[in-house]
Ligand binder design. Structure first.
Ligand SMILES: [Zn+2]
Length: 122
């Protein structure tokens, strides 16, 4: 007998997943940073409901458009993730609006005032 099987998993060019995480905000942020580096990426599973998003295979993911970009994109991701591991200092207080702002931010998230120098601390 000869069964003709449709070939499943046919190559989807341009769907190379390079990062996956349950946290959509995080995935989106990393995707934006990759775009800023000139790498064409798109998000997959970025519109799922919370219940669907519990399933790891449905986690939001970053894919590269061009296979050739995959290795470069992964390198950038590594750098970004390393940066995140650096310990952060305490929050700083915005002198303009008084909000407390995470150490990782150079400007106030609330009023966009530039972070003051730490010289006046104490
Ligand atoms: Zn402020």
């Amino acid at each position: 007998m000869s069964l003709v099987r449709p070939s499943r998993g046919s190559k989807l060019s341009g769907m190379i997943e390079i990062y996956r995480n349950a946290n959509l905000a995080r995935v989106g942020l990393l995707a934006e940073r990759l775009k800023a580096e000139g790498i064409a990426v798109f998000l997959r599973n970025d519109h799922l409901s919370v219940s669907e998003a519990q399933i790891p295979s449905f986690y939001p993911a970053i894919c590269v458009m061009n296979e050739a970009d995959a290795s470069t994109a992964r390198k950038f991701l590594q750098v970004f993730l390393e940066e995140e591991k650096r310990p952060l200092g305490p929050d700083w207080q915005c002198s303009a609006c008084g909000e407390s702002v995470p150490d990782s931010m150079a400007v106030c998230w609330s009023c966009q005032a530039v972070r003051p120098t730490s010289a006046e601390e104490g």
